[in-house]
Design a protein. Structure first.
Length: 587
């Protein structure tokens, strides 16, 4: 399969079964070792590395070319596959049972000294990421990066096959489009032929996939490139890939079933067996027990508890200072007795950083209690919190909106420090019944929690006008080991309800018409019940590759400052191009 007119095999494909065969290879010089009489060349291509030996009986010109080879030059080799003597085998290398004795060796591509190393000892640190991104063509040659992108390819193919087998149709939607609200800013593309007008790059194919449902395609998917201009955090990229899907005549469980089929197939592709169906937990319960909407259920036993009633009579000043809607919530930490004073101080610091009041703590060792509020507790009082010998209670106080994120962070930090054994290695769950709106920090204005096409929970539609913030949505997230893998929802199909939601978001009827009139027109033309989902594919690939960053599974990613260092984008536009686009730069 890998054979062409210039080669018979890939370097990394050769095995003991090829012994005796004459082969033609092409690859990069990974390392070269000159042992005087014999030169060993590790020749590398995407399949791996093979050792090429140029010994004393090799033709003179081969020995000459081999001795002058520098790292990363490209050579073509003709030679014979030979079994290595038992004591020369290299179990670290898939090709380690054999080597190729070269009878012809031609340098077909010279290489300057590489700016960053490709061959690297396992213990050697990677070059600074800026350099890796700047010299991406070299960084991508590293076997780890090759493996990541090969896995990415396999995952994409598997997603495509799984959905196609489930009768989903792959349909492409436009890249030059109208804004899709997904909570970020749009990347705009100014029109040359229509002065002052812009296309937007899609934040997602959301509206188009709903239009496809109205048009009767009933199951759609796309490996969709999406663009969001947002403040970049460590795990975001301005352009990214979603496995985007939508289906008609479905309820939330049907969509979740399709997504589970895709996710379990992807995990299987990476060699992990995963059970279905995934657990379901409501947003409310997730916030109550884990302080977050992406709970890490590998450690579901370490859950937040409300201790307001249990500690009320103890007269702890730290708790009494906070009244009015404040609850005392905390974590009963099995084995928390092992936490040092310093550990707890650092956890309390984490709590403060996230805006909390700090942490109160008590730990028990034998009959001894210690900690910041230990003197207020008896063994029985601590026992009522579920804290036994060798355990600790960490507590904080305040309104839920403050304590939930604090306890989430403290919980994550505890897991990191105490490394308790996980109940299961792959903890998937569905977080369901999200609120329809969130109140915007600062203004308190309702903003949509998912996107404005999400249907309200049928039991809460009546609340839409009176108390919109109490209205739940048919919105669900897939969560894996504390990572959000994607979001989806059942959609609004009634134009009147869709208009009401836009009104709650502060859009005037004119704005609604101008921005979403085409969707409302389509919904009025006979819309089937429908819903969908989008898997954040880059994150899935990162998790399955065991990579530390999204940038390790994207061939040409942007930096956290949204720059492409390799090709140098964005770049100043030429004045004549700006003029053609009717743009004047004011800053
Ligand atoms: N369009 C949504 C998103 O990008 C996913 C969906 O609701 O299907 O998050």
């Amino acid at each position: 399969m890998s054979g062409t007119t210039r080669r018979t095999h890939r370097c990394g494909e050769l095995r003991a079964e090829h012994v005796g065969q004459l082969v033609k290879l092409g690859g990069w010089v990974h390392r070269r070792r000159d042992l005087g009489g014999i030169v060993f060349i590790d020749l590398r291509d995407r399949a791996g590395i093979v050792q090429v030996a140029v010994g004393p009986d090799a033709p003179e010109e081969v020995r000459r070319s081999a001795s002058g080879l520098t790292g990363e030059s490209v050579v073509e080799v003709f030679g014979k596959v030979v079994a290595r003597p038992a004591d020369m085998k290299n179990p670290e290398l898939a090709t380690g049972d054999i080597e190729v004795h070269a009878t012809k060796l031609v340098k077909v591509g010279s290489a300057v000294t590489p700016e960053i190393p490709v061959a690297r000892a396992k213990s050697e640190e990677l070059p600074a990421e800026e350099l890796r991104l700047k010299y991406r063509h070299l960084d991508l040659r590293r076997p780890e990066m090759q493996a990541n992108l090969i896995l990415r390819h396999r995952l994409l193919q598997r997603a495509r096959k799984t959905l196609s087998d489930l009768e989903f149709l792959e349909i492409e939607t436009p890249i030059l489009t109208k804004p899709t609200p997904e909570g970020a800013r749009d990347y705009l593309v100014p029109s040359r032929v229509h002065p002052g007008e812009c296309y937007a790059l899609p934040q997602s194919p959301q509206i188009y996939k709903q239009l496809l449902m109205v048009s009767g395609f009933d199951r759609y998917f796309q490996l969709a490139r999406c663009f969001r201009d947002e403040d970049l955090r460590y795990d975001r990229q301005p352009e990214f890939t979603q496995i985007d899907l939508e289906a008609s005549f479905v309820g939330a469980e049907d969509v979740q079933g399709f997504v589970e089929a895709v996710l379990t197939a992807l995990w299987d592709e990476a060699g992990h067996a995963v059970e279905r169906p995934f657990r379901r937990i409501t947003w409310q319960e997730s916030m109550e027990r884990y302080g977050t909407d992406k709970p890490d259920l590998r450690y579901e036993g370490l859950a937040i508890v409300d201790w307001t009633a249990q500690v009320e009579s103890l007269g702890v000043p730290f708790f009494a200072a906070h009244k009015d809607g404040a609850r005392v919530r905390g974590l009963a930490v099995k084995g928390g007795g092992a936490l040092s004073r310093k550990d707890v101080d650092q956890l309390a610091e984490t709590a403060k950083q996230f805006g909390g009041a700090g942490l109160a703590w008590v730990k028990r060792q034998g009959d001894q209690l210690s900690g910041s509020v230990a003197k207020h507790f008896s063994l029985e009082a601590l026992g009522r919190l579920g804290v036994g010998d060798g355990d600790a209670a960490l507590m904080t106080v305040g309104p839920d909106r403050v304590t939930s994120p604090v306890l989430d962070k403290v919980r994550q930090e505890l897991i990191r420090r105490l490394a308790p054994p996980p109940a299961r290695p792959h903890a998937f769950c569905w977080v369901v019944d999200f609120p329809l709106f969130e109140s915007e920090p600062g203004t308190g204005r309702p903003v949509f929690a998912h996107h404005p096409f999400t249907a309200p929970h049928p039991e809460d539609v009546a609340k839409l006008d009176r108390e919109p913030l109490a209205c739940r949505a048919l919105h669900y997230d897939a969560v894996y080991n504390g990572h959000e893998l994607g979001s989806g929802s059942i959609r609004i199909t009634e134009p009147a309800l869709q208009r009401t939601v836009f009104r709650h978001l502060g859009l005037s009827p004119q704005e609604t018409e101008a921005r979403f009139g085409f969707l409302l027109t389509a919904l009025a033309a006979g819309a089937p019940p429908h819903g969908g989902f989008a898997v954040g594919f880059d994150r899935v690939a990162m998790l399955l590759a065991g990579a530390g960053s999204l940038r390790d599974v994207i061939a040409f990613p942007k930096t956290t400052a949204a720059r492409a260092l390799f090709e140098g984008a964005p770049a100043p536009a030429r004045p004549e191009d700006l003029a053609a686009l009717h743009i004047q730069v004011t800053a």
